[in-house]
Design a protein around this ligand. Structure first.
Ligand SMILES: Cc1cc2nc3c(=O)[nH]c(=O)nc-3n(C[C@H](O)[C@H](O)[C@H](O)COP(=O)(O)OP(=O)(O)OC[C@H]3O[C@@H](n4cnc5c(N)ncnc54)[C@H](O)[C@@H]3O)c2cc1C
Length: 651
C-alpha cells in the first residue's frame, strides 16, 4: 500500500466521510454537487478559495474588477510560445513571471465568479461528435439541449419575430428554459437606447451584418444565438445572453447556496481547502488529501508587495498539515483545466516519465493527462474615439466607497436592479464564418465601450479608466491547435504547473487556418468601426492603423492573441485512444471511483464560449452518477430545479 492509501476502517471516532467528495465549486463542480445533494447523497465540496461576496462579484458591469480581485482570483502566468524571443514580443508578457497573465477564479463559484457572464449555447455538433466518439446517444445534441432547458431561467427580451412568425411562435421556436437555476438575460435594448453613441455602435454592427451577409431588412436583427432554431451556420448580428438574474451575477455559487439552504444536511462546502492528492485503496479512489488555509496555492496573489508571512507573489506559504476526507461512493475532480490534470498527476495518474521525474509512484501511465490543452484565439481592435460617451459623464465606473451614495447608474443598480450596471457592457455581436470555417460559424466579434485587449496585471483599471474607448473583440472558435500541455514543475501540490499553449507554428496541424480565421475577424471588426456615424476614431490603438496588410495582421495575431477558455487536459475518448483519460461517463480510465467533471473533459473546445457547455456537462454528469447510485441507501429531497422564487425578475 502506498504512503497515503486508505487503511482499513477500525473502530474509533467516525471517519470524516461523505458519499461524494468533489474538488472545486466552479462551473463543473458546483451544479454537480448541488444535484447530487438534491438526489439525497451526502456531498462534500473542497474549494481552495473563499466565499467573497462583494459588489465586484455581484454588479455585472464590474466584471473586469472581479477578474482582478485578489480575494477571488488565481494568477497563472502561461507561455503562449515556447520560444522566448517570440513570447517576449507580446506586450502583455511579464518577464519576471516568464509568462502572460491567465486569470482563473478561485472562490466559491470558481471562474464563473469572475467571468464576463457570457452564456452562449455551444454548436450542436459539439455534442453529436461526443455521441459518435463515445457511442452513447445521450451525448447527442437533442438530449443535451434538454439539459440546457433544464438549467436555464431565461428572463431576457426575446428576439423580434421573423417573417411568418408571430411573437408566440418565435418564443416557442427559441425554446429557452424558464424554470432552471441559472438566470439568463440580455442587456435590455432600452438601456442601450439611452446612449446615442451606443445606438450608433449597434447600428454599425447591424449595417455591417446586412451588408456582409446580404441580410434583407425584413429579417429582424439581432438574432438570439441561443434560440433552438438559430442554425449553427448562422451569420449576422446577435445579442449576447448573460448569466444575470435580477440585475446580479448568478452562477455556480448561487446554485450551491440555494441547495445548501434547501438540503443543508446533504451539502457541505469547505472553503480555503486545497486538495493535494486522491487517496486510493487498491485501484479505488476512496478519499482526498487536503491542506487547510487561505491562499495556499502559489497562484494566489498576495495583496501587498510582500504579505504578513513575508511571501511575495508566486511563492508558497509555510507547510500546513495534510488531512484526509473519505468518499463512500466516489471522488470527483472539478478543479478546472489546469488543476485537475495537476491533481491527477500528483495522484499517480499521468505520463510515466513525467511522474517518475518528480518521484511520484505511477498508478496509471496516462499520457493524455495534461495534454491536448487548447483554447480559443482572441484579439481586440481597440480605438480611442474623438469624444467621451455622454452616459459616462459623472460616473466613476467603479463601486463607490460609500455604498449608500454613488453615481446615478450605481444607484439605479442598487435601488432598482436596473440600468447599465446590470449589463456586462457588451453592446452587440456579429457571428460569422471565416474563410476557413468548415461547418459551423467560427467567429464571434463583439463590441464593448471600454479598452480591453487582453489580460495583464492592471488590465481592469486601465480598461475602465477612459470614457472614449471602443474595443471590438474577436474570438475564433473551433481552433485546430491541440499542442498545449500542463506539466508538473515539482511534486509540491502548492506549486503552479508549467502551462504552455504552443500557439500557431509551434502547434499542431491547421495553424495556418487558425491564423487566417482570426485575421478575417479583425477585418469584420474594422468594418464595423468604418460604419460608425456619430463618433470619429481619433486613433486605432490596437493593432494600430499602421498594421494594414494581412501579413502584418498575422504577425500582430501571433504576438498579441490570448485565450481564456482553456480546456481538454483530461479528455473523453475512445478506449483505443492512448490519450483518452476519461470514458464517456466521465470515469478516469484505469481506476475505480474517480471521475472528472470540468472544462478538462472536452476533446474539442465547444462553441464560442465555454461556461454554458461546462454547466451542461455538469448536469449530464449529475444524471449519469445519480442513475448509477440510485439504488444506494439515500433518500432524495423533494425540490424543484430552480431557486426559491425571489421578488420578481427585473427585466
Ligand atoms: C476573467 C474570465 C472571464 C471569463 N468569461 C467567460 C464568459 O464570459 N463566458 C464563458 O463562457 N466563459 C468565461 N470564462 C471561462 C469560464 O468561466 C471557465 O472556463 C469555466 O468556469 C471553467 O469551469 P471549470 O469548472 O472547469 O473551472 P472553474 O470554474 O475555474 O472552477 C475550478 C474551481 O476549482 C477550485 N480548485 C482548483 N484546484 C483545486 C484544489 N486542488 N483544491 C480545491 N479547489 C480547487 C478553484 O479554486 C476553482 O474555484 C471566463 C474566465 C475568466 C477567468
Amino acid at each position: 500500500m502506498q504512503e497515503s492509501e486508505a487503511g482499513t476502517h477500525n473502530s474509533g471516532p467516525p471517519r470524516d466521510e461523505y458519499d461524494f467528495v468533489i474538488v472545486g465549486s466552479g462551473a463543473g463542480g458546483g451544479p454537480l454537487a448541488a444535484n447530487l445533494a438534491l438526489a439525497g447523497h451526502s456531498v462534500l465540496v473542497l474549494e481552495a478559495g473563499d466565499d467573497h461576496a462583494c459588489p465586484y462579484y455581484s454588479i455585472p458591469i464590474m466584471h473586469l474588477y472581479a477578474g482582478e480581485d485578489a480575494n477571488m482570483r488565481w494568477d497563472f502566468f502561461v507561455r503562449h510560445w515556447d520560444e522566448r524571443e517570440m513570447q517576449a514580443k507580446d506586450s502583455k508578457f511579464v518577464a519576471e513571471r516568464d509568462g502572460v497573465l491567465y486569470p482563473r477564479g478561485s472562490t466559491l463559484g470558481g471562474s464563473t465568479a469572475i467571468s464576463a457572464m457570457i452564456t452562449v449555447y455551444p454548436h450542436p455538433s459539439v455534442w453529436d461528435r461526443l455521441a459518435d466518439l463515445t457511442g452513447d446517444p445521450s451525448w447527442g445534441s437533442a438530449p443535451m439541449r434538454k439539459l440546457f432547458h433544464r438549467l436555464e431561467s431565461w428572463r431576457g427580451v426575446d428576439a423580434l419575430p421573423l417573417p411568418g412568425d408571430d411573437e408566440a411562435a418565435r418564443n416557442r421556436k427559441a425554446a429557452h428554459g424558464a424554470e432552471g437555476w441559472l438566470g439568463t438575460t440580455r442587456a435590455n435594448p432600452q438601456v442601450g437606447g439611452r446612449e446615442p453613441m451606443f445606438l450608433d455602435i449597434i447600428d454599425a454592427m447591424e449595417q455591417t451584418s446586412r451588408h456582409r451577409f446580404g441580410i434583407p431588412q425584413e429579417i429582424t436583427l439581432p438574432r438570439d444565438p441561443n434560440a433552438l432554431d438559430t442554425p449553427p451556420q448562422y451569420q449576422g448580428m446577435a445579442f449576447i445572453s448573460v448569466a444575470v438574474r435580477d440585475g446580479h451575477r448568478n452562477g455556480s455559487r448561487e446554485r450551491l447556496q440555494d441547495v445548501q439552504r434547501r438540503a443543508s444536511s446533504n451539502l457541505e462546502i469547505r472553503l480555503n481547502t486545497l486538495a493535494t492528492k486522491v487517496v486510493f485503496n487498491g485501484d479505488r479512489a476512496v478519499g482526498v488529501e487536503y491542506l487547510e488555509g487561505e491562499r495556499l496555492y502559489a497562484a494566489a496573489p498576495v495583496t501587498s508587495s510582500v504579505d504578513d508571512a513575508g511571501r511575495r507573489d508566486g511563492e508558497v506559504p509555510a507547510d500546513p498539515r495534510p488531512s484526509v476526507v473519505y468518499a463512500r461512493k466516489e471522488v470527483i475532480l472539478a478543479g478546472g483545466a489546469y488543476n485537475t490534470p495537476q491533481l491527477l498527476k500528483l495522484s499517480g495518474i499521468g505520463p510515466r516519465a513525467e511522474l517518475e521525474q518528480h518521484g511520484i509512484a505511477v498508478r496509471v501511465d496516462a499520457p493524455g493527462v495534461g495534454a491536448n490543452l487548447h483554447d480559443r484565439y482572441e484579439v481586440a481592435v481597440t480605438c480611442e474615439l474623438d469624444r467621451d460617451y455622454p452616459i459616462f459623464d459623472g460616473s466613476e465606473l467603479d463601486v463607490p466607497s460609500d455604498l449608500t451614495a454613488g453615481d446615478a447608474m450605481f444607484s439605479e443598480w442598487r435601488d432598482k436592479a436596473n440600468g447599465p450596471y446590470t449589463t456586462n457592457g457588451t453592446l452587440a455581436a456579429i457571428i460569422a464564418k471565416s474563410s476557413v470555417a468548415k461547418q459551423d460559424s467560427d467567429l464571434i466579434v463583439f463590441s464593448i465601450p471600454i479598452d480591453f485587449h487582453g489580460y495583464y496585471p492592471g488590465y481592469s483599471r486601465n480598461g475602465m479608466e477612459f470614457h472614449n474607448r471602443l474595443s471590438m473583440l474577436v474570438l475564433k472558435a473551433h481552433t485546430n491547435n491541440r499542442a498545449g500541455t500542463v506539466s508538473l514543475r515539482s511534486s509540491d501540490p502548492r506549486e503552479v504547473p508549467d502551462i504552455r499553449f504552443r500557439y500557431f507554428e509551434e502547434g499542431t496541424a491547421g495553424h495556418e487556418e487558425d491564423l487566417e480565421g482570426v485575421v478575417d475577424g479583425i477585418e469584420i471588426a474594422r468594418d464595423v468601426i468604418d460604419h460608425l456615424q456619430l463618433a470619429g476614431v481619433a486613433r486605432e490603438m490596437v493593432p494600430g492603423s499602421a498594421v494594414t496588410d494581412r501579413a502584418a495582421l498575422k504577425d500582430f495575431v501571433r504576438q498579441q492573441a490570448w485565450g481564456h477558455h482553456a480546456c481538454g487536459t483530461a479528455k473523453i475518448g475512445r478506449p483505443d485512444d492512448p490519450n483518452a483519460v476519461l470514458d464517456g461517463d466521465f470515469r478516469v480510465r484505469g481506476v475505480q471511483g474517480l471521475r472528472v467533471v470540468d472544462a478538462s473533459i472536452f476533446p474539442d473546445i465547444p462553441g464560442f464560449f465555454i461556461a454554458l457547455a461546462v454547466y451542461m456537462i455538469s448536469e449530464k454528469a449529475s444524471d449519469v452518477i445519480a442513475a448509477e447510485h440510485q439504488d444506494d441507501d439515500s433518500s432524495s429531497v423533494a425540490v424543484t430545479q430552480g431557486p426559491a422564487k425571489s421578488s420578481g425578475d427585473a427585466e
